[in-house]
Design a protein around this ligand. Structure first.
Ligand code: GLN
Length: 494
């Protein structure tokens, strides 16, 4: 397999045996970016020079043998909402176009300490708002399996990069599906850990009570390796959990004997394209063949997930995004050196009018409305109550089963332009992924087949802190199937 397509474990074995160097591996990722990124457009910023320097340092570490981790010398990219010291961090927004963070996010610091090599920052829907990567203020990203289609969102650049071999893994942010959904569309493995499992320090917040940072990789074992490195308590994030980090691994079991898997009726009820449903059924049969017991379960408040998600998300986002006002971060409009005296309120208004895109403005208005006097009780408070019901649905289901199996999305990747003028249709493409965030559970998307040559994703959902269960189910599945080993052929001539 070409160097740029390796899994982390395969690359690590080669590095350990000295059959390849970290510099060669990093150069292969950078060459691949040169070759296919003009067509895929996954990266907003590529850090060629610093990546090669970090790779040379990783080679020294590998030669000395001291402090080598499974991620030492492994090239990766991150969604552009994670702060990287001295490397511009834009959230794919005009308002942060030239923003240089003065510090690293905790996850970046941990990957650096492990010796991983940062190759660049990946495109996303502006501030994480979207399901297709078309809401980036800079450019659209393309799905490597079919360049006329979206990679999903909002971590679309990250999923497309991993699928296309531009970095061996990526970190994304999942607030309402943004790691799992593009992972499903691009045929890679994507993890949303339990809220609090991974520190959010240095993540530019979208909705602080939902935001989770997770890896996009080629398989569950790789996801476990990355999670092991980034998880754990962080004094800089008071919501990070003070729970021990297990030695997450691929699979503690040979098969799924005795594993109880729930099939939530509501997730298979309607609106799923027949070829997607077909691939999911085949995956369920496969899991049963591995010894798992399948049980039908019900999550009765699922129908409300989209409404409460969009109420709480917009409320939290409108408040988080208030800090972008031209005073402290990023864009300030009119430009300060234009010499005019500008009233401070006028500066706020103009900065925000010029700096934010339409979807961001729409959500700030919706969120401000939901929080305003008179509407707070009717909308925001009510949504918080239904959020509790959603959480209880999961708790009840997990009394009977160890994990749930669901689709990632009702369709495969849609065409660029197909939903962009219809926000509600766009929101509905997240129907199977949003509940996990308000529900407080963890979830993993893994490829489980193809429909008309486009990847189909299966979602595994486990109780809070049940990440190892996700890896067990996905590990057994991926040890006996090879959907995750498929790589797209990219037609760079466009
Ligand atoms: N599609 C969801 C939204 O637009 C995803 C958000 C996210 O997870 N960042 O809100």
């Amino acid at each position: 397999m070409a160097l740029h397509n390796l899994t982390i474990q395969a690359a690590h074995d080669l590095l350990r045996r000295g059959e390849v160097s970290a510099v060669e591996l990093t150069q292969a990722a950078l060459d691949r970016i040169d070759e296919v990124d003009p067509a895929v457009k996954a990266y907003v910023t590529v850090c060629e020079e610093s990546a090669l320097a970090e790779a040379a340092a990783a080679d020294r570490r590998l030669q000395s043998g001291a402090g080598v981790t499974p991620l030492t010398g492994i090239p990766y990219g991150v969604k552009d909402c994670l702060s990287t010291i001295g490397v511009r961090t834009t959230c794919s927004s005009r308002i942060l176009e030239d923003y240089l963070p003065p510090y690293d996010a905790t996850v970046i610091a941990r990957l650096r300490a492990a010796g991983a090599v940062l190759v660049g920052k990946q495109n996303m829907d502006e501030f994480g708002m979207g399901s297709s990567c078309e809401n980036s203020a800079f450019f659209e990203s393309h799905n490597p399996w079919d360049l006329a289609r979206v990679p999903g969102g909002s971590s679309g650049g990250s999923a497309a990069a991993v699928a296309a071999g531009m970095g061996l893994f990526a970190l994304g942010e999942d607030t309402g599906g943004s790691v799992r959904m593009p992972a499903g569309f691009c045929g890679v493995t994507g993890l949303k850990p339990t809220y609090g499992r991974v520190s959010r320090y240095g993540l530019i917040a979208l909705a602080s009570s939902f935001d989770s940072i997770g890896p996009l990789t080629h398989d569950a074992w790789d996801a476990a390796l990355v999670l092991r490195t980034i998880a754990g308590h962080d004094p800089l994030d008071s919501t990070s959990l003070d729970a021990p980090v297990p030695a997450y691994g691929r699979c503690r079991r040979e098969n799924l004997q005795g594993m109880r898997l729930g099939v939530p009726l509501e997730y298979f009820a309607h609106g799923i394209e027949p070829p997607v449903a077909h691939a999911l059924r085949a995956a369920l049969d496969h899991l049963e063949g591995l010894g798992a017991e399948l049980h039908e379960v019900s999550l009765p408040h699922t129908d409300h997930a989209i409404s409460i998600y969009y109420l709480i998300l917009t409320a939290e986002a409108s408040s988080n995004l208030a800090r972008f006002d031209g005073v402290r971060f990023g864009l300030s409009h009119p430009l300060r050196d234009a010499g005019e005296e500008v009233d401070v309120l006028e500066r706020y208004l103009q900065t925000r009018a010029h700096g934010f895109g339409d979807e961001v403005k729409r959500r700030i208005m919706l969120g401000t409305f939901a929080l305003s006097a008179g509407y707070y009780d009717a909308y925001y408070l009510q949504a918080q109550r239904v959020r509790t019901l959603l959480r209880q649905d999961f708790e009840r289901a997990f009394e009977k089963v160890d994990a749930l199996i669901a689709p990632v999305s009702p369709t495969t990747a849609f065409r660029i332009g197909e939903k962009i003028d219809d926000p509600l249709r766009m929101y509905l493409s997240d129907v199977h992924v949003v509940a996990a965030n308000p529900g407080g559970v963890c979830g993993l998307a893994v490829p489980c087949g193809f429909a008309a040559e486009l990847p189909v994703g299966m979602q595994i959902i486990a109780p809070p802190l049940g990440e190892q269960v996700l890896f067990d189910v996905a590990g057994a599945y991926q040890a006996t199937t090879d959907w995750h080993a498929a790589r797209p052929k990219i037609d760079v001539r466009g």
